[in-house]
Design a protein around this ligand. Structure first.
Ligand code: ADP
Length: 766
């Protein structure tokens, strides 16, 4: 399927050196000759002097080459054409593909012919091409516009990429009346695939055939990548060489890349003739600005396509290039969406289960079919669940051990190549997609069986060269046979598509999160149980300590009363010490009891006016406040919130008592207030001794004191731990900020329940 008849000339190369490289180095843009369905001249741009002509000017223009060279174009081709050229030079860029100048009839002594004139600039000269291809009459021309519009509408109406290509070949065949029109895609390995075809009934179909990479060698690809179409009206032509062969302005061969008439190589022409093709039109298809393939039009008889139709086809090729990407993307987006929805459904199912992987099993078929797999396996810890067609349990266990070394995600369509033991179970698992849950915790696996795949090659893909029997040299020549070579591809499954891989990877990520969440939930449950046990132990221990403690206190007191005066002073003091320590111990046990009771307590929530709660706390502490002569500033209008007022009273009482206690100023001042936000933040601020910021967290631990046992009036060190517990039971937080020496501020938050309070109020009122 030689896309571009210009592809390669037939190099004679020693057999051992034959490779595609030889072909790839061909300089196809410098053939030094043209196809003879037109004449070509190069002109000096400044004065339109003829520099080179094609040898067929004799036949087409009735003038010998030597009579034209060195002449002004106006003299040999007439003033109207020279004027059109001058205007084109002045008004158009001319550096791209040839531009149509005019329809011109040239009458000379030897000839009287009509031409379509084209011009473009290359290598510092103007290239003038006079093509004999004929043109449409005005009636056909106006019909052509409507035809193209209808083509575009039909193409746009298609729903799938395949239907789009099918419509494209049909429409282009209608427009051009070629025997065969096909869409040829250049694949990544260099070979080509006929994706769609419309052909006359008596022609063999090439649909679905693969063509070896040598059929469109690299230089031909490069050239095709720069053009939108190539036309060859008759492959059996005799090239017309340029005279002189080299550009006289620079002594170099002329670059004919863009020339409409550029000659193609004998090799390629023979290739086409072998295929029974006389005329071709190639329309380039691009995707993301790169050559993607082309629409190839073939005809069994010579056939010249008028330039208006060629241009219409060129526009269609532009449109196909743009739309096919959009069609493919839309198609892929549809598939990708359904796989994404599948994975989201699975994630949802997993999230609803305590043991998340059980969510995967809710619909067995769904788990496999979402990724179009024949089997799946879920391995969590020692448990293994097999769904559909899978390797057996020991094989999966060994595979999972190997997968541990392959990271969190793994996908292949050729497992035995990477993991040789898979050879044993290739009938069920050659394709593998695997997700690791967490290191050593398990895998989720999908399997696809080997799919023995046949490629139908239009020619031997491994022997593109022929050895010439006469001289023993290899010629990179056209194949004489288009018999179909069948190649069987083994050891592969259907490949995993990008959106399937993406969905599985997304699922893997979600599963790893769920896996961690499950582990965390388990750890939290254990922690909560331990906490409960600890609290109940503390409560029981404290409770049980009270009794003997009371006994020690009682006995010591009695001893003091009965023997006190009889004892020597030393012993009396010791007895006093026992009594003091017993009281201290009693205080501590009380604090511990109080604290551990809190963990078991239920809050009694009700609407509470915090103005009253604060006031009651101040009243409770009144004697201490009056004794210390404290100035108290309370912000008015504190909120009414749902809380346990007895407990919150305790919080304020603790914080206010500390604010007075840890304050050695003569003018003590305490401020209390609150601010609204997403939650209510309360504060108790003092101007006391302050706290080292490094200790601001530690002071909330139970029995944690920053000072000596009796300093600042002593204390058990449980007050702030109780504050913290009460606040947290309410769903709030507590913290302290301080600059040592300037005072401390204690903050705590309570959820904003003002709306609930209002609702309750309404309900009670009605
Ligand atoms: P206690 O007051 O019985 O020692 P707390 O739990 O109430 O126990 O307080 C813990 C420690 O935090 C106190 O020993 C004290 O060092 C420090 N502290 C608490 N409140 C203040 C405050 N307002 N200013 C400075 N230090 C404070």
């Amino acid at each position: 399927m030689n896309a571009d008849p210009t592809a390669v000339s037939a190099p004679m190369i020693a057999a051992r050196t034959v490779s595609l490289d030889n072909c790839d180095r061909e300089q196809v843009q410098y053939p030094g000759a043209i196809q003879p369905h037109g004449a070509l001249m190069t002109l000096r741009e400044s004065d339109l002097t003829v520099l080179q002509v094609s040898a067929n000017v004799d036949a087409l223009l009735g003038a010998a080459p030597e009579t034209l060279l060195g002449q002004n174009v106006a003299r040999v081709l007439g003033e109207p054409l020279a004027e059109a050229l001058r205007r084109a030079v002045a008004e158009r860029p001319l550096d791209g593909p040839p531009e149509h100048l005019m329809h011109v009839r040239l009458r000379t002594e030897g000839a009287n012919r009509a031409f379509e004139a084209f011009a473009h600039r290359r290598d510092g000269v103007l290239i003038l091409e006079l093509e004999t291809a004929g043109r449409l009459n005005p009636a056909d021309l106006s019909g052509l516009y409507g035809e193209v519009r209808r083509c575009v509408a039909r193409l746009q109406a298609t729903r799938s990429t395949q239907a789009f290509f099918d419509a494209a070949v049909l429409q282009i065949r209608r427009l051009t009346a070629f025997d065969r029109v096909h869409v040829y895609q250049l694949l990544d390995d260099g070979s080509g695939l006929v994706r769609a075809e419309s052909c006359a009934d008596d022609r063999t179909s090439y649909l679905g055939l693969r063509f070896p990479a040598t059929d469109v060698p690299e230089p031909a690809r490069r050239l095709l990548g720069r053009l939108w179409f190539r036309h060859m009206p008759d492959a059996a032509y005799r090239p017309a060489p340029l005279i002189p062969e080299l550009n006289p302005l620079n002594g170099a061969p002329l670059d004919l890349s863009h020339a409409l008439l550029r000659s193609t190589s004998a090799l390629c022409n023979r290739f086409y003739l072998n295929m029974g093709v006389r005329a071709t039109l190639i329309l380039t298809l691009r995707k993301d600005d790169r050559l993607w393939g082309f629409v190839g039009c073939h005809h069994a008889e010579p056939k010249a396509v008028p330039h208006e139709i060629r241009e219409a086809c060129e526009s269609l090729a532009h449109m196909i290039s743009l739309s096919m990407s959009a069609k493919e993307e839309a198609e892929r987006a549809g598939e990708a969406l359904s796989v994404r929805l599948w994975s989201e459904r699975l994630i949802q199912q997993m999230a609803q289960e305590d043991l998340y992987h059980l969510g995967l099993l809710r619909s067995e078929a769904n788990l496999r079919e979402g990724l179009d797999a024949a089997g799946a396996a879920i391995r969590v810890g020692e448990g293994l669940t097999l769904l559909g067609r899978t390797p057996d349990a020991p094989e999966i266990a060994a595979l999972c051990r190997w997968l541990e070394t392959q990271g969190d995600f793994f996908a292949t369509d050729r497992l035995p190549e990477l993991y040789p033991p898979a050879e044993a179970f290739k009938t069920v698992a050659v394709g593998l997609l695997a997700i690791r849950l967490a290191e050593g915790s398990g895998h989720l696996l999908w399997f696809r069986p080997e799919q023995i795949h046949e490629i139908r090659w239009a020619g031997d893909p491994v022997k593109p060269v022929e050895i010439d029997a006469r001289d023993g040299l290899a010629r990179l020549g056209p194949r004489r046979s288009f018999d179909i070579w069948r190649q069987t591809v083994r050891g592969r499954s259907r490949p995993w598509l990008a959106h399937q891989i993406e969905a599985a990877a997304g699922l893997g990520q979600a599963m790893r999160v769920l896996h961690r969440a499950e582990r965390l939930a388990r750890a939290n449950r254990t922690l909560a149980r331990c906490n409960e046990e600890l609290e109940s132990f503390a409560f029981t221990a404290a409770h049980d300590l009270k009794e003997p403690l009371r006994g020690i206190g009682r006995y010591s007191e009695r001893l003091r009363q009965n023997l006190g005066n009889a004892l020597p002073e030393d012993e009396r003091n010791r007895l006093g010490g026992i009594l003091r320590l017993t009281r201290r111990m009693d205080e501590l046990v009380d604090a511990l009891l109080n604290y551990s009771r809190l963990g078991r307590a239920q809050l009694s929530l009700r609407p509470a006016d915090l103005n009253l709660v604060v006031q009651e706390a101040l009243d409770f502490l009144r004697p201490r406040l009056d004794a210390a002569d404290v100035e108290i500033v309370v912000q008015p209008n504190l909120p009414v919130l749902l809380c346990d007022p007895v407990r919150i009273h305790e919080v304020f009482a603790n914080l206010i008592a500390n604010a007075v206690k840890y304050n050695d100023r003569s003018l003590k001042r305490i401020e209390l207030g609150a601010s609204a936000g997403a939650e209510w933040t309360f504060y108790v601020k003092d101007n006391g001794i302050g706290i080292d910021p490094a200790q601001c967290d530690a002071i909330f631990e139970v029995f944690r004191r920053l000072h000596g046992r009796d300093a600042y009036g002593g204390g058990s060190g449980a007050g702030l731990a109780i504050v913290k517990k009460v606040v947290e039971l309410h769903g709030g937080r507590v913290w302290a900020e301080s600059t040592p020496g300037s005072g401390a501020t204690f903050f705590f938050t309570l959820p904003d329940t003002t709306a609930d309070v209002a609702l309750l109020g309404q309900r009670n009122a009605s």
